[in-house]
Write a protein that binds this ligand. Sequence first.
Ligand SMILES: Cc1cc2nc3c(=O)[nH]c(=O)nc-3n(C[C@H](O)[C@H](O)[C@H](O)COP(=O)(O)OP(=O)(O)OC[C@H]3O[C@@H](n4cnc5c(N)ncnc54)[C@H](O)[C@@H]3O)c2cc1C
Length: 184
Amino acid sequence: MEILSTDILVIGGGLAGMVSALEAEKRGIKVLLAGKFAIGTGTNSSLANGVFASANSRFSKEEHLEETLKAGRGLNHLPLVKAMIETAPEAMETLTALGVPLAETKGGYMIDRPTGSSQLAGILLVKALAERLKRSTIQPLRSDCRGRRSSRGLWVPERRETRSGAIEGCSIGDRRCRGDLPEK
Ligand SMILES: Cc1cc2nc3c(=O)[nH]c(=O)nc-3n(C[C@H](O)[C@H](O)[C@H](O)COP(=O)(O)OP(=O)(O)OC[C@H]3O[C@@H](n4cnc5c(N)ncnc54)[C@H](O)[C@@H]3O)c2cc1C
């Protein structure tokens, strides 16, 4: 059993996991990233149409609010809607800075696909982030049991939480082996 230690263990190699890992690394925090498949693949993110609603130079925050409430038929949780509208432009800046190709649209942004490209927008999204991860110090966890390397990642079937809700240790594994990290 291999024991690894880290400041943060990110579970899941989709958009949320990859961006969280990269943002933590930017702050000098040691990060391990575990996903069930090779990072970026097998995720909802890789299937997404890559369309993001956000205020921009052609779409005001007021319009974004109005359209969101209209689509939600008034059932929306207003504080959450307002928080999303306030932070969406910053999220778009974060994705752009991480190398995700975004083009401005009337209602926000979309993945900027090269003319004639048949690739799914979601694939372009995860590819850009996976490229950035390759150039980072973030360690993607791969299964490596008894010398057999696999391109598949690891899944986290259980995690232990303290009373305060902090996660102290995660049991991770693949179909052939299991390990513990990080034990405190
Ligand atoms: C067809 C489609 C089109 C979409 N279009 C859009 C769109 O245009 N615009 C938009 O904003 N949203 C869209 N969405 C929604 C969007 O894709 C998701 O909201 C977003 O990708 C979620 O990102 P995520 O990182 O949270 O999850 P995911 O991308 O699903 O990543 C979760 C990761 O966690 C891993 N994981 C889960 N459990 C474990 C475990 N126990 N151990 C290890 N790893 C684990 C999974 O394998 C996966 O890799 C679309 C979704 C689909 C399916």
